[in-house]
Design a protein around this ligand. Sequence first.
Ligand SMILES: [Zn+2]
Length: 305
Amino acid sequence: MSPAAPYNPGDATSGDPDALFFVPLGGAGEIGMNLNLYGYRGQWLIVDCGVTFGDEEHQPGVDVIMADPAFILERRDRLLGIVATHAHEDHIGAIPYLWPQLECPVWATPFTAAVLRAKLVESGLADRVRITTVPMSGRFQIGPFDLELITLTHSIPEPNAVVIRTGAGTVLHTGDWKLDPEPMIGSPTDEERLRQVGDEGVLASVCDSTNALKPGASGSEGELRHSLTELIGRYDGRVAVACFASNVARLQTIAQVAREHDRDVALVGRSLWRIEKAARDTGYLGDVPRFLTEDEASRLKKATS
Ligand SMILES: [Zn+2]
């Protein structure tokens, strides 16, 4: 009896040639460093390629951590590309680090593409990486994968689920999501399209939503605006608000609250400025006046009460 050939997922020569493979190299069952692979008919697609951050206690001195790409590097000649669901670091942050090994095209919606381009400029790869911009709710084909984006809500503009249709069936890969009826930026979750795809039939849903296993609902960005308006209205002095740099809806909320109280807003930090530029370049923050620089803010007259 000859020994069985080594099992080689996704290779048309082994196992069921029509099998659809999901191989998460990172990000499944953990927060951060998403790197998901789908394999069909011997060809591979990456969905998201992100980092996680080292913590001082367990990884002292380590800034970023990413999934080990060895599995896909061994199959690089059959790697079709990367689809990015949204622009968070744990979904696109590893692209500048791993791209020189992966060397494949990238697909993303306009805001995600703008954030990624800015990162690639910083790492000197902007001229080498081909990024195809896909519209929101876009449908496009990559090799044997028929892909469709469905708009979700999250804490960054343009969060997308990816419907991955193949000859073997359909997988709904959500990326990150929450259900926010008032996201402040972008449209609410396209529940109707999700229902239609569900009715078509889905083999599996690969979902990612922090705290999804805890009962209850997460707050809406819309509700937060009311409490921030009230809170900031209580003070005369300067108010510092911390937030994730990528939370463009929060920038818009803070700008609106500032307007209601006749205040100016200054941005502090390189990431915030980078995200703000990507947002304005792709049509967001249109009704928000220019933010002040730290230098300009330092010259503002302090309120006297
Ligand atoms: Zn996210």
